[in-house]
Ligand binder design. Structure first.
Ligand SMILES: [Zn+2]
Length: 843
């Protein structure tokens, strides 16, 4: 790698030497300035692409591209091509004549003397860099979001330069392939190689261009008049057949719903989807060729309603992107959050009515607020709208604020505008910017026309400020008045706040500043009043002068599940701010979980037990707590009536147990694959195997062999064996595993790495693994430049989750002081290390 860089520099120097005209230097990546300038100069782009894909993964993938484009006025044209290999550009032609070009910092510069105003066509032969081709022995897939298209072929790599693609792939004859366009024809070159030709696509951004090829099987079905093909590698036919009809139905239902809601027919020519083992994300919305991680869609037998809802929600999310993101795309990647919030919002609208038995307000509350606060409470909190200087940093924009705070804002927006006006505004936005690009401000000005409220200022505060507000309240009986007072300096965004009591019912209060006082109908005392009873206001609302006793009384008295969940979320924030003692908190939630009847809150509280047990206690306190907690969980497991109730209890027990008694119970559960009426799915059994091996290293070999024998898919056996190296009782094997991660080729598939790191840093192993923290942080900038978008944060989370010691604390704080990270990466580190900081602050 180092050698390649040096030779690339030499070749640049050589090209500079032969260049005949002077020029200013071009930054690496696509800077905002370059994107703006190019956006004005270039339009009407078509890429006519051919790739030669050999079966042997040691051999390079080469390709040819004809780039047709329109040039506004005669000027140099800068193409992006990031391959560090010095001979990656095999030739550049115009009308079959070789032209002299410059190569600088990942850009091919075509001098203006070779170009004309109006139509131009440039041909380039190249070798693709391997980083974003995700090659395995018998398949590969491109993943080019956000800025990786230019590592695979020369292009204008910015979201507002949409282009039409004409693709052909030369692949091993036994493989099949899919891409954004329809398969037009297939030609066999010889017995071993064939060419697959795809039809021209609609205009799409470069980050959405995709192809996958390999040893896949394909199933095609027509539902509700829509035809879909599903590509997969699943060998468990029972599992496949169980899931297939649902998958086709869900795609058809979501598609039909979206056409109805938006008033716009599905905007692309065809829709296929592919299930990829070890895929980096849950899903990726490439137009016409959606990718999914196989395990997210192929559910084990007896899935819970929540798992089914998540499966449906993921499909609806990726389909919503076909309109929100693919049809109308952000101008610049700083607005990437907008397509995500729309996809999430639409997915809820589509899927929730199909599950009338689930309390969706409660589900929204529990899935978005805690995760939004998990970032917004930290010193690394970022606003919804972040600035982006260069596409190279686009991956660092993603995170929990985009996925969890923006839906909360969107829900407030719909409440302010009303459902119908909101829908009309969204339809206008999609029509005005169809097949083009729009920024957040463009959306706000369209929506503003559909409401009497002033949205510009409102939007500014929600999208540009950070922080999770803590608000105290008190009730004055004599004045019939509620007083809200700030508990810290975090600004409160303008929003609706619901308050309720049995006598008064529910009342909505517009909150645009705090302190604030408002009247309520006569109450006898403060305890009758629920502030933020719907849970939808952003921030934690807690009575002033809380004590452990008053908390217990208060929470016992709240009947509404959303109000109760909202109160629990606020209590956890108080714990993290050091305003409730750890012991009081644990006792409270252990008591509460045993009597809670709403299953979603039970699941939330079980998660809290797990978090507090591992992150806020040490070995001694765990010893003291474990017997009671395990007894309580075992009893809950026995008493729970349905599988849906039993599963989260078992997950919690499996995660927190340390006594021998529970070990024996769970070891026999692993052998018999069932416990207390729950039969374990393969995933649950494998997870249990890891937990058992961590606790009793002497059984490592027995359990590992037993598990390998029972996993019934080669891709999953490979993943299991990968993780084993991080769990091994042999310390030098664990060190060797970590050392291997220093090489980029060993850091794939990324979800495997994240999972293995999770076990490597398990709290029961943290005394040993603390040594890996510093080298892991050293690798961070490289992880960002070579890994996919969620990898830096998941790398950090998996590295730090198991540590609460002072040693770990000082390693991280000193490292931050000594190293000059880019601002966005620094934020990620401060987010991931927040719990470690807090726990040490509380000591
Ligand atoms: Zn998305």
């Amino acid at each position: 790698m180092h050698m390649q860089r040096i030779s690339a520099i030499i070749s640049v120097l050589f090209l500079v030497a032969i260049a005949s005209c002077s020029r200013t230097s071009i930054q690496e990546g696509v800077s905002f300035e370059l994107a703006q300038k190019r956006g004005e100069q270039v339009s009407g782009i078509t890429y006519n692409l051919t790739f030669n894909i050999p079966a042997n993964i040691e051999q390079d993938i080469t390709g040819t591209v004809d780039i047709l484009f329109n040039l506004e006025s005669k000027s140099d044209v800068v193409l992006d091509f990031r391959n560090n290999s010095d001979d990656a550009i095999l030739g550049v032609w115009k009308n079959e004549k070789t032209i002299k070009y410059y190569f600088e910092n990942g850009h091919i510069v075509i001098p203006k003397r070779c170009l004309s105003t109006g139509n131009n066509s440039i041909t380039i032969e190249f070798t693709s860099a391997s980083g974003s081709l995700n090659r395995s022995q018998d398949f590969l897939y491109t993943l080019l979001v956000p800025d990786r298209a230019s590592t695979v072929f020369p292009c204008f790599n910015q979201p507002d330069l949409k282009a039409q693609f004409i693709l052909s792939l030369s692949i091993p004859a036994k493989w099949i392939a899919l891409s954004n366009g329809k398969t037009d024809s297939i030609q066999y070159i010889n017995n071993d190689i064939k060419s697959v030709f795809f039809a021209k696509t609609k205009p799409i951004s470069t980050y959405l261009f995709a192809f996958a090829a390999g040893n896949f099987r394909v199933e095609t079905k027509t539902v509700l008049g829509k035809t879909f093909s599903l590509y997969h590698r699943e060998t468990d036919t029972e599992k496949l057949n169980r899931n297939l009809p649902t998958l086709f139905n869900l795609h058809a239902q979501s598609l039909t719903w979206l056409e109805e809601y938006t008033g716009i027919e599905y905007p692309f020519n065809k829709l296929d989807f592919i299930l990829i083992p070890g895929f980096q994300y849950s899903g990726m919305e490439h137009p016409g060729a959606i990718y999914y991680r196989d395990s997210r869609l192929l559910l084990d037998s007896n899935p819970s309603p929540t798992q089914k809802l998540q499966q449906a929600n993921l499909i609806a999310h990726e389909l919503a992107h076909q309109w929100f993101g693919n049809l109308v795309t952000m101008k610049w990647f700083n607005d990437v959050w907008l397509k995500e919030v729309f996809a999430g919002f639409m997915a809820d609208l589509i899927v929730n009515p199909q599950y009338p038995d689930i309390d969706h307000d409660l589900s929204f509350l529990l899935s978005h607020f805690p995760r939004s606060y998990s970032v917004d409470r930290t010193k690394g909190a970022n606003p919804i709208v972040q600035s982006l200087d260069n596409m190279l940093n686009a991956g660092t924009l993603y995170g929990d604020i985009i996925y969890h705070k923006s839906p909360i804002m969107m829900r407030q927006l719909e409440q302010i505008m009303g459902k119908n006006a909101f829908r009309e505004g969204v339809r206008e936005y999609l029509n005005v910017y169809s097949m083009g690009n729009a920024a957040w401000d463009d959306l706000v000005s369209v929506l503003n026309k559909h409401t009497d409220n002033e949205l510009v200022e409102w939007a500014h505060i929600w999208t540009k400020e950070t922080g999770r507000p803590m608000v105290g309240y008190s009730y004055s009986v004599s004045e019939s008045q509620v007083n809200l007072n700030p508990l810290d300096s975090t600004p409160t965004p303008p929003m609706w706040l619901e308050v309720s009591s049995a006598k008064m019912g529910t009342k909505s209060i517009w909150v645009d500043k705090i302190p604030l006082s408002f009247a309520v109908e006569n109450l006898n005392n403060e305890e009758e009043l629920l502030v933020n009873s719907s849970g939808m206001a952003y921030g934690c609302f807690v009575p002033n002068n809380l004590t452990a006793e008053s908390i217990r009384k208060q929470v016992d008295g709240i009947r509404s599940p959303t109000a109760r969940a909202s109160f629990h979320i606020a209590l956890y924030e108080l714990l993290l701010d050091g305003k409730i003692a750890v012991n009081d908190y644990i006792k409270l939630i252990v008591q509460q979980v045993a009597k809670e009847e709403e299953s979603q809150i039970v699941t939330y509280l079980l998660g809290q037990i797990n978090t507090v047990f591992w992150r806020f206690t040490d070995d001694q306190i765990r010893e003291e707590l474990s017997e009671d907690i395990e007894k309580m969980l075992w009893k809950m497991l026995q008493n729970a009536k349905t599988l849906e109730q039993k599963k989260p209890i078992l997950t919690c027990l499996t995660s927190v147990f340390i006594t021998n008694e529970t070990f024996t119970r769970l070891y026999s559960a692993w052998i018999s694959q069932s416990v207390q009426g729950v039969s374990l799915s393969e995933k649950e059994r494998t997870n249990l195997a890891y937990q058992l091996m961590i606790r009793k290293p002497e059984l490592y070999h027995t359990i590992a062999l037993g598990e390998i024998e029972r996993i019934n898919n080669p891709d999953r056996v490979a993943q299991f064996e990968f993780t084993l190296r991080a769990i091994s009782p042999n310390l030098s094997e664990r060190i060797a595993f970590f050392e291997s991660l220093k090489s980029v080729s060993n850091r794939k598939p990324e979800p495997w790495v994240t999972e293995a790191l999770y076990w490597l840093h398990h709290p029961l192993r943290s005394d040993f693994s603390v040594r890996f923290i510093e080298p892991s942080l050293d690798l961070l900038p490289e992880i960002q430049s070579t890994g996919d978008i969620f990898f830096p944060k998941s790398w950090l989370d998996a590295t730090l989750w198991g540590h609460s010691s002072e040693d770990a604390y000082s390693i991280v704080t000193q490292w931050i002081e000594l190293n000059n990270l880019s601002p966005n990466l620094r934020q990620k580190l401060l987010q991931s290390a927040d719990m470690l900081f807090r726990v040490n602050g509380l000591k």
